[in-house]
Ligand binder design. Structure first.
Ligand SMILES: Cc1cc2nc3c(=O)[nH]c(=O)nc-3n(C[C@H](O)[C@H](O)[C@H](O)COP(=O)(O)OP(=O)(O)OC[C@H]3O[C@@H](n4cnc5c(N)ncnc54)[C@H](O)[C@@H]3O)c2cc1C
Length: 314
């Protein structure tokens, strides 16, 4: 296996128009809401399909590791950083046609919801306050309060791992609870069209305010975190509700668990916070303890929702 190219070598080999976009040695802690992680060798914000295609081709030809970052709100980045190219979608275009919303994957997810309501379109208010980008939300099928964003997708523009640009429908994503086929596939999501509705705007706006207030009560405000660490559990019987992982974690005393600078949030047993100086190893050890405690007591294996960004195995 080839050794990862250092920053300067990557930048030197990039074709001139792409080189202008490259930012060397960017700490991943500044790009993720947990505030942890070593440096990305090279960070490139990209605006369009052509740039994405050219970076993807470059990485293939030069064996440079490639990863995609949205708002970094569902990621634990390793202290070793990432020895390749980190692409960050910066296409924030947003356009309404009738009840169809077309939006670039780099747009802020919550800002998209706010602007939809401003345009008189309802449906997405349930997800108000979820941090990150449209791309991250679609790829992870973000959701809450029993709803998920995948239900609104009409079509998406995707740069496939093999370099083809395609327009695909919901079946391509295979939406499941916090899961889609795009995760880990190497595909880059460029933009989506979502079908909204002209419902009761006053009720939708009130619901948005309520959801944001609820998040302020339940989630950390000053401590960096990445949202719920583990996925909720499948329903006990078909058609039932998912069981909150946080309830089992609370029962095993997770709220008192700490490792180094990482701690379980005092008001939510399924959230890990960075108390200021947490390392990725602290967080991984803590998550492991939480998982083991639940497995020992309940015989249930928790699955992480947060993605771990680390150097590729050599
Ligand atoms: C306080 C807080 C509350 C949260 N509440 C919720 C909640 O209620 N429900 C919920 O579902 N999540 C929640 N989250 C988690 C997180 O905000 C969501 O998962 C969000 O949708 C992630 O988007 P992102 O842009 O930050 O993605 P990132 O964290 O940057 O990336 C997540 C994954 O998506 C991939 N990805 C991102 N963009 C693209 C793209 N354009 N193409 C291909 N792959 C891409 C990345 O490679 C990575 O694997 C919460 C997080 C926090 C911090």
């Amino acid at each position: 296996m080839q050794r990862p190219a250092p920053t300067e070598r990557i930048i030197e080999r990039l074709p001139a128009p792409l080189r202008e976009l490259a930012r060397p040695h960017v700490p991943l802690g500044t790009l993720t809401t947990l505030g942890i992680g070593g440096s990305a060798a090279v960070l490139c914000p990209i605006r369009n399909a052509e740039q994405a295609q050219r970076f993807q081709a470059f990485c293939g030809e030069s064996s440079t590791p490639l990863t995609i970052l949205g708002g970094g709100s569902n990621i634990l980045a390793d202290d070793a950083g990432f020895p390749g190219l980190v692409l960050q979608m910066s296409d924030e275009r947003l356009e309404f046609r009738g009840d169809l919303l077309t939006v670039g994957s780099g747009a802020s997810f919550d800002e998209m919801i706010r602007r939809s309501l401003e345009a008189g379109l309802t449906g997405l208010e349930f997800a108000s306050g979820i941090p990150g980008t449209v791309g991250g939300a679609m790829v992870g099928n973000a959701g809450c309060y029993g709803h998920q964003i995948g239900d609104f997708l009409v079509e998406a523009h995707v740069l496939r791992e093999d370099g083809r640009l395609e327009t695909v429908g919901p079946e391509y994503f295979g939406f499941e609870y916090r899961r889609t086929r795009l995760q880990g596939s190497g595909d880059i999501l460029l933009g989506v069209s979502l079908r909204l509705s002209r419902g009761d705007l006053a009720a939708a706006t009130a619901s948005r305010d309520e959801k944001i207030a609820d998040r302020r009560r339940k989630h950390p405000i000053n401590e960096p975190c990445a949202g719920s660490w583990f996925k909720n559990l499948p329903p006990a019987e078909p058609g039932g509700r998912r069981r909150a992982a946080g309830v089992l974690l609370e029962e095993v005393g997770a709220k008192k668990m700490t490792v180094g600078g990482a701690a379980v949030f005092a008001r939510h047993a399924n959230i890990i916070v960075n108390r200021g100086d947490a390392t990725s190893a602290d967080v991984l050890t803590l998550a492991d303890r939480m998982k083991s405690a639940v497995s020992e007591r309940f015989g249930v294996v928790l699955e992480p929702e947060v993605k771990y960004l680390c150097p590729p195995a050599t």
